[in-house]
Write a protein that binds this ligand. Structure first.
Ligand SMILES: [Zn+2]
Length: 78
């Protein structure tokens, strides 16, 4: 088993254990049940400037929101 770092939308950083190579990109937070997204803790990322990391975090957060903005046409017949 390997410990992976996840980021819960509600309570922040969470460490979860999965068999090697089987960590899902997203899972449910064991503490609060909210969605937790896997943090890619590569050496390169940890050396990013804080502002840059915030920007990435913001982008991740926006990815969490379901996007139902536009749908392809086709459900409707003219
Ligand atoms: Zn949580």
């Amino acid at each position: 088993m390997v410990t992976y770092a996840y980021r819960c939308t509600a309570c922040g950083s969470v460490d979860l254990t999965f068999p090697m190579g089987q960590a899902p990109t997203r899972t449910d937070c064991p503490r609060c049940g909210a969605g937790a997204e896997r943090r890619w803790t590569s050496p390169g990322l940890t050396r990013l400037h804080r502002g840059l990391r915030d920007a990435f975090a913001r982008e991740e957060r926006s990815r969490d929101e379901p996007e139902v903005v536009s749908r392809p046409h086709g459900g409707r017949r003219m």
